[in-house]
Ligand binder design. Structure first.
Ligand code: SF4
Ligand code: SF4
Length: 74
């Protein structure tokens, strides 16, 4: 198969197509599970762990593995 060319704009996003970062709540117990899942290394250790909003691409992978359900879209 030939290359499919430039990526098309993602539809269904808010008007300005701005990604809203995920954020970690105080419910975080610093287990570290989310950090291992992040494809862009946006999560830093701490109590609670924190997400760099400028790096996060809002993929949701971290939220899916959090045992505390402490991660949600901003
Ligand atoms: S997976 Fe949840 S509880 Fe564990 S470090 Fe990340 S935010 Fe905290
Ligand atoms: S939503 Fe995705 S990119 Fe953002 S911190 Fe979680 S795993 Fe990383």
């Amino acid at each position: 198969m030939p290359p499919t060319g430039p990526a098309k704009p993602i539809r269904g996003l808010p008007e300005k197509e701005i990604f809203m970062a995920h954020v970690i709540s105080p419910a975080c117990v610093s287990c570290g599970a989310c950090k291992d899942e992040c494809p862009v290394n946006a999560i830093s250790e701490g109590s609670p762990y924190t997400i760099d909003s400028g790096t996060c691409v809002d993929c949701g992978a971290c939220a899916n593995v959090c045992p505390q359900s402490a991660i949600a879209p901003e």
